[in-house]
Design a protein around this ligand. Structure first.
Ligand SMILES: Cc1cc2nc3c(=O)[nH]c(=O)nc-3n(C[C@H](O)[C@H](O)[C@H](O)COP(=O)(O)OP(=O)(O)OC[C@H]3O[C@@H](n4cnc5c(N)ncnc54)[C@H](O)[C@@H]3O)c2cc1C
Length: 465
């Protein structure tokens, strides 16, 4: 008998006034009983629209059917046929606009909590299984992957499963891309990312850290000197944008990426860390996306009074609703319809205030989007000692500038075929944020998997076996 409850089983959370002072995970995960009860809400309907909503096409009804029977390992096995990072995706995927949006239970009530169930299956496996992934028989071919974010890891995993000797080249000292340097510990514990990376290593994937392709090595060298038959570029979009307003060079101004990297990757919040961070008393975050929420919530945990300023209204906030709600519960203030004009500083060059202007919204244009328009005479100073800019990122131009013939869009995204990931260079593929600009973990993974399939065909088609 399906469970016909109109609402999802609630996710247990750390209380807001406790969690806003620690970096431990906010969501605590379902119990076995909650997971089975939630799984029973799935109707296993004929057309399975949820699968079409998943960029890597996990057989969602099949894994949920196993969960409803308490077969958690079997559920994990179904998920990992399509996804190599289930504990990550169960936590950070925007399910509300993907699989869960298509769930028929969502028509009259809340959809099945697919993300929470995916997370449970992965956590159950990680806690209970001692089994190691089996290294496939080598096929005698070599492929290189640039960048160890979700696109690179997904590409490397799929190639390794086919027997390729895969080396991932990563600029930073730790693998994981945004999963380790961007998304904070309280949303995605780093031990979980590490566990999923270890599984890839068991499959034979080699990860070379501290290698900047374009500086340490070039793509040409990877192909000509090191004999990699195909190369995947998954270098992300980690170059922060600034507003180009006066005062952005003052001390106490960060890009969200720098601020988050100092905390998440370099552990600047730990007493014994050698990485400094300004623990502002009054921190202002500029922007309204997930990255802005993460930066604000980190600053709050470092002890600051935090305000997010956004030039449109709450309705237009691009961040996930859940993240906005969690931020509000944790005591973060929002100033909507407000735009910064200038960052002011003292004679020693430290930030003291943000000069702002109130905005109003125009009637929506043809694209359906209302434009923020400044209100004359509405300028005011907001006292602050730290400003975190979170207004977007773009791909770093290093790979483009060091690779002859690699075509990019004007804004820096690498041009790649949608169905294969092939770039303008033979044997060179690309995917994830490096191609699309800042997007999502699951879209990056999907692009990595698409490219892995195309790279396999390309290499095998050359008749080298
Ligand atoms: C703070 C933050 C929070 C986010 N929250 C979410 C979320 O909740 N849900 C969600 O779905 N998405 C979220 N995203 C977006 C998501 O993380 C990205 O879309 C995804 O990580 C992109 O994956 P990628 O593999 O393309 O690139 P990345 O994850 O950026 O990885 C690229 C890797 O390539 C390396 N690299 C770059 N250049 C070179 C080079 N020249 N040589 C060698 N290595 C190189 C980088 O060091 C990095 O490790 C968030 C992003 C940020 C910044």
């Amino acid at each position: 008998m399906p469970n016909m409850s109109l609402t999802k089983n609630e996710m247990p959370l750390q209380a807001a006034d406790i969690r806003n002072k620690n970096f431990l995970e906010v969501s605590l995960g379902y119990t076995k009983e909650q997971a089975i009860d939630e799984a029973k809400r799935c109707l296993n309907c004929k057309h399975k629209p949820c699968i079409g909503g998943c960029p890597v096409q996990i057989d969602i009804p099949a894994f949920i059917e196993e969960m409803a029977e308490g077969n958690f390992e079997a559920a994990y096995e179904v998920i990992t046929r399509s996804s190599s990072l289930p504990a990550v995706c169960g936590r950070v995927c925007p399910q509300e606009s993907q699989c869960e949006q298509k769930c028929v239970r969502g028509i009259k009530g809340e959809p099945v909590a697919i993300g929470r169930l995916e997370r449970f299956a992965a956590d159950y496996h990680n806690a209970n299984s001692m089994e190691k992934a089996v290294k496939p028989t080598p096929n005698g071919h070599k492929a290189a992957v640039i960048g160890s974010g979700p696109s690179g890891l997904a590409c490397a995993g799929d190639l390794a499963k086919k027997g390729y000797a895969v080396t991932v080249f990563e600029a930073l000292h730790l693998a994981g891309g945004v999963l380790v340097y961007g998304i904070p510990e309280f949303r995605l514990p780093k031990a979980i990312v590490q566990k999923e990376i270890n599984t890839l290593k068991e499959l034979g994937v080699k990860i070379d850290t501290n290698v900047i392709v374009g500086k340490t090595l070039s793509i040409e060298e990877l192909k000509e000197e090191y004999g990699f038959e195909a190369v995947f570029i998954g270098s992300g979009a980690g170059l922060p944008r600034f507003m180009n307003i006066p005062g952005e060079n003052l001390k106490g101004v960060y890009s969200a990426n720098e601020f988050l990297t100092r905390v998440n990757l370099m552990k600047a919040n730990h007493a014994d860390s050698t990485t400094p961070i300004q623990k502002g008393k009054k921190v202002t975050v500029v922007g309204g996306g997930n990255v802005a929420m993460d930066a604000a919530r980190c600053a709050k945990r470092l002890g600051a009074e935090v305000t997010i300023i956004y030039r449109r209204t709450e309705k237009e906030l691009p961040a996930r609703l859940e993240e906005v709600e969690h931020a509000k519960e944790e005591g973060i203030e929002f100033l909507f319809l407000t735009n910064p004009l200038e960052i002011k500083g003292d004679t020693n060059g430290w930030v003291t205030a943000l000069r702002c202007q109130e905005m109003t919204l125009s009637t929506p244009d043809e694209s359906g989007r209302a434009k923020p328009i400044p209100l004359d005479g509405s300028e005011f100073d907001k006292e602050t000692d730290c400003v975190i800019m979170s207004i977007g990122t773009s791909p770093n131009p290093l790979i483009k500038s060091s690779t002859k013939g690699l075509e990019t869009q004007r804004w820096g995204g690498i041009i790649a075929e949608e169905t294969t990931g092939l770039t303008s260079l033979e044997g060179v593929y690309a995917g994830g944020d490096a191609v699309t600009g800042a997007a999502t973990v699951i879209l990056a993974m999907g692009a990595g998997k698409t490219a892995a399939a195309a790279m396999d065909q390309y290499i095998m088609g050359k008749g080298k076996l």
